[in-house]
Design a protein around this ligand. Sequence first.
Ligand SMILES: C[S@@+](CC[C@H](N)C(=O)[O-])C[C@H]1O[C@@H](n2cnc3c(N)ncnc32)[C@H](O)[C@@H]1O
Length: 300
Amino acid sequence: MAAEVLDALRPRPNGRYADGTIGGGGHAAIILAASSPTGWLYGCDRDGDAVDAARARLAEFAGRFEIRRGTFAGLADWVPEASCDGVLLDLGVSSPQLDCAGRGFSFLLDGPLDMRMDTRQPVRAADLVNGAGAAELAGLFWELGGEREARRFANAIVRARERQPFETTRQLAGLIETLSPRRGRRAHPATKIFQALRMAVNDEMGSLKQGLEAAVKTLKPGGRLAVITFHSLEDRLVKDFGRARSRDYTFAGGVDVPELREPRLPELKWVTSKAIRPGAAELADNPRSRSAQLRVLEKS
Ligand SMILES: C[S@@+](CC[C@H](N)C(=O)[O-])C[C@H]1O[C@@H](n2cnc3c(N)ncnc32)[C@H](O)[C@@H]1O
């Protein structure tokens, strides 16, 4: 969603931007190009390979960026407060992560059951699959994957691991395939299980909550936050965050009683009321973008 991100962030010379999910540096490169010759970019990614790839990709902009390895939840710890004209969070996994069997994100490739974006973290997907109780696994599959057969799959995993612990993506995908044959369905039956495990291993919802707070802290008044989400849980979190911060009143105790509202200046406003979706050309070029939604907020 390169054009849409440019529209949202409106990069200009002397502008300062942050890309909290720098990945291979694709969006970062267009932000730096559009803010030439003096725009500045702070970038981070949890994934060490992504950080190396982004540094290499952005070599032509040397002297105009700082990239650190780490989560965007910690963006405000090193990016100066109220310094940025725009912040981008392009959530989820990258194509290099999905396409590398050794990272364990894909049920289509055989690799270790890993799924850590930051390989310095101790807990891999295999640790959850082999160590969590059936109720905990079922809760994960339902809450983070929306998997209707969460309990049946979790019970089968617990039985199967007694014979042989899960170590590979194929082992897990194979078990789900036998429990739920595909029978012409478009989506692979293990899609939701893999999504739930990935989100749990990387605490994606917790990081997003903290990351939205951190991003707003780093924005100047008038600065914009652009967030690209890939599934409904993330999108709902962004929508709820934007709604709460764009209200012109507060209320105590977590219940909105109109008589008890306290007026205030909203901290943020929506730039577009609806999510922006990729156009037909992008969908044809990159089918993985089909579930992407961009939401844009502006700091008051
Ligand atoms: C969809 S890709 C981003 C692609 C990037 N916009 C580009 O143009 O190349 C998502 C990236 O976000 C990173 N990521 C996900 N959650 C993160 C977090 N909490 N903090 C930092 N990076 C994160 C992933 O490691 C991955 O590299």
